[in-house]
Design a protein around this ligand. Structure first.
Ligand SMILES: Cc1cc2nc3c(=O)[nH]c(=O)nc-3n(C[C@H](O)[C@H](O)[C@H](O)COP(=O)(O)O)c2cc1C
Length: 380
């Protein structure tokens, strides 16, 4: 039996008022809906050069007025920690990004580049001249169990960056941001989440410094805020976002007072007037598992004056609820976008969703698990 007229009318009404499908003005960008595709590393950029298959992948997920944030993109050779992640420090990489950015723009999408330094989550093999990876500490990372690998990932012991060396790293962030603009991106998202370099400075379970970059909350956040300032001065604050995960324990990060950390960062960002703050929910302590918790991002949402984006474990129902209750402006849907290239359309039509396949996340294949997730019929 078909649906009754009343049921269809009810569904249409729900869609018309579906909060994540309403428009939003994010600074200069007119978003036609609030569903963000967050950064997702896919390890298909051979030798750190973005490849043509990425143009297919991103353009499949692009919508007119929809925001996409690229997979984490390394700012220098020393910033690398994983195989075949894209870079943005060389002319060749900038040229390789251009057709990918063009493909997203051709669909009317807005495309930000997530810029990344892994810090101690690296090994000698990735470092120039086999040096030690840099961090806020000389304490190494324990081997980490990986989502789709049999063997735990091993890391080389890092060396603690001296305060004198910080300006060189700031320069790498500046160059990456400038290069991202040269490649045509609409802006950059600084990766300050998930236990990578900036998080290694912010979190007190890792940072054991006694200089002006360690100790107090203000000191631990200094480096991340210097990066924000440097990048904002380079390309304009209205094109800069920052991603943070104060509650996450990923890569042995973790902080004794994540709420204070998140609120301090949210308040401090107001000084620089950056476009958005992209925060990972407290329930996402590890990379993919969701925990029950009473903690929330509302204090950070209230403290930050720019656009707020939440991420971590969202589905249609609670994404809509978060927007309806004004707990956020925009909502990231990571794995749902990975396996549903036409996700906003599926939400609109109340269509079933395809489940993601973890074993193919980072498979070195230009198609499988990457561009072969199905579209709804006749909507590709
Ligand atoms: C395959 C994969 C790769 C990811 N890579 C990144 C990344 O490069 N940068 C980042 O900040 N987060 C990364 N994440 C985290 C996602 O952006 C997102 O926060 C996470 O998947 C939780 O959201 P979800 O429940 O909607 O999937 C990745 C997640 C997945 C599944």
């Amino acid at each position: 039996m078909g649906k009754s007229v009343a049921t269809v009318e009810q569904e249409v009404q729900q869609t018309l008022t579906m909060p994540v499908l309403t428009p939003y003005k994010m600074g200069r960008f007119h978003l036609s809906h609030r569903m963000v595709m967050p950064p997702m590393t896919r390890q298909r950029s051979w030798n750190n050069i973005p490849q043509p298959h990425a143009a297919v992948y991103y353009s499949q997920r692009a919508t007119k007025g929809g925001l996409i944030i690229s997979e984490a993109t390394v700012i220098s050779e020393a910033a690398r920690g994983y195989k075949d992640t894209p870079g943005i420090w060389s002319k060749e990489q900038v040229e390789a990004w251009k057709p990918i950015v063009d493909a997203v723009h051709a669909k009317g999408g807005i495309f930000f580049c997530q810029i990344w330094h892994v810090g101690r989550a690296s090994t000698y093999e990735y470092q120039p001249n086999g040096q030690a990876p840099i961090s806020s500490t000389s304490n190494g990372l324990k081997p980490q169990v990986q989502a789709n690998a049999d063997e735990p990932a091993k890391f080389s012991p890092p060396r603690s960056l001296t305060a004198d060396e910080i300006p060189q790293v700031l320069d790498q962030y500046r160059l990456a941001a400038r290069n991202a603009m040269e490649a045509g991106f609409d802006g950059v998202e600084i990766h300050g989440a998930h236990g990578y370099l900036l998080d290694q400075f912010m979190k007190d379970h890792i940072n054991d410094r006694t200089d002006q970059y360690g100790g107090s909350l203000e000191n631990r956040c200094r480096f991340a805020l210097e990066v924000v300032e440097a990048v904002a001065n380079e390309i304009g604050a209205d094109r800069v976002g920052l991603r943070l995960s104060p509650y996450a324990d990923y890569l042995d990060s973790g902080d004794s007072n994540p709420t204070a950390l998140g609120v301090y960062m949210a308040e401090s960002l107001n000084k620089y007037g950056i476009l958005y703050c992209h925060m990972v929910e407290p329930r996402m302590k590890l990379s993919e598992e969701s925990f029950e918790t009473t903690e929330s991002l509302v204090p950070m949402r209230k403290a930050f004056r720019g656009t707020f984006i939440v991420a971590g474990g969202y589905d249609k129902e609670d994404g809509n609820k978060a927007v309806a209750e004004n707990r956020t402006d925009l909502v990231s849907f990571g794995r749902l976008f990975l396996s549903n290239p036409d996700l906003p359309k599926r939400f609109e039509l109340n269509a079933p969703l395809t489940k993601h396949n973890r074993s193919t996340y980072c498979l070195p294949d230009p198609v499988v698990g990457y561009t072969d997730y199905p579209f709804l019929e006749n909507t590709a």
